[in-house]
Design a protein around this ligand. Sequence first.
Ligand SMILES: NC(=O)c1ccc[n+]([C@@H]2O[C@H](COP(=O)([O-])OP(=O)(O)OC[C@H]3O[C@@H](n4cnc5c(N)ncnc54)[C@H](O)[C@@H]3O)[C@@H](O)[C@H]2O)c1
Ligand SMILES: [Zn+2]
Length: 360
Amino acid sequence: MMKIINVKLSHCEYDIFINDSGFNFEAIQSKLINRKIAIISNDVVAPLYLDSVQSELSPFNSEIFSHILPDGEQFKNQDSWLSILDFLAENNFNRSDLLISLGGGVICDMTGFAAASWMRGIDFIQVPTSLLAQVDASVGGKTGINHLKGKNLIGAFHQPKAVIINTSTLTTLPNREFKSGLGEAIKYGFINQPNFIQWMDANSYGIKQLDLALISELISQCCQFKTEIVQQDEKESGIRALLNLGHTFGHAIETITQYKQYSHGEAVAIGMVMAAELSVILNLSNKNLRKELENHLQDFNLQTKLSKKIEASSLVELMRLDKKVINRKHRLILMKSIGKAFIQKNVCEEKILKAITQCQ
Ligand SMILES: NC(=O)c1ccc[n+]([C@@H]2O[C@H](COP(=O)([O-])OP(=O)(O)OC[C@H]3O[C@@H](n4cnc5c(N)ncnc54)[C@H](O)[C@@H]3O)[C@@H](O)[C@H]2O)c1
Ligand SMILES: [Zn+2]
């Protein structure tokens, strides 16, 4: 059964389609005809799904190209982005043509950024294949690549024309990546959906067993939560910042370990525990918050602490690069309780150092 979530912004509107099997491109056939299509994927996902995507697209279009990048967050960089632009140039792609991402969040973000920058913006469609990309990265129009100095420092807001989710792609996703997506899904509950946390807890066995009916419900709820926030604040001048819960810490953890030790969702899970600890240190939440968070994360086998010690001051130094830091006073997302996240300005570094130290 197909679920559809509509995203309505001031300047555009698109649908997120959630299918249990197949990609069902017929739902968006009017967006596919009479234009060249470039599928951007990587060397892990393409061997698994490129053929079926191409054959499902073929009734609607015969001019389908593909460009395959090396897999991994370390390739979410200027070279990969430029290679997409070179590919579009070589194949004479113009403003009326279309890009389709096929992969996890890395491919979704890079394809979106290439679409945003080629000829000042061409259309693209997200086909996310990792749980993390299906619940988060493919929705909302944030696109970008990493800079040596930090994650996602180069990018643009560029909304897709549609998001096509085929949950059966999750059957080939490595378990660790699946867990990573769950970290990002739980995040919505901690931000403003306490009932969703209860739903996840009640269904944790089935979710972990990859019961696709449950997973499809989980994805649909997450897409709905994200959509509600993005619709209120597309460019992150206010409430959208809440979606960064755990991310300022998480990005610093990913950068310092050179994206090798923790997946994005794993780093965010630890980052959310750090944010909970900081909320307690600042007397802004109840004392049990950290323990409560840890229990929920552990239910899904997510790590709640750094496995190897990292110098707290080095992490804070990286956090300074975050787009939200002014005069070494940090703007962070903290929690009053589960489901009550808020933006806290002017957090001083001494307290952040303490929170990090107490989380390892
Ligand atoms: N734009 C946004 O709003 C947003 C939100 C959250 C995260 N992100 C970004 O998303 C990225 C993380 O995404 P991710 O966790 O999907 O990482 P990823 O894209 O690296 O995918 C994880 C791994 O799983 C593989 N994979 C993906 N789908 C598969 C499948 N169906 N079968 C087998 N293997 C598969 C990938 O090739 C990769 O090796 C980060 O770069 C992060 O910054 C962006
Ligand atoms: Zn994230």
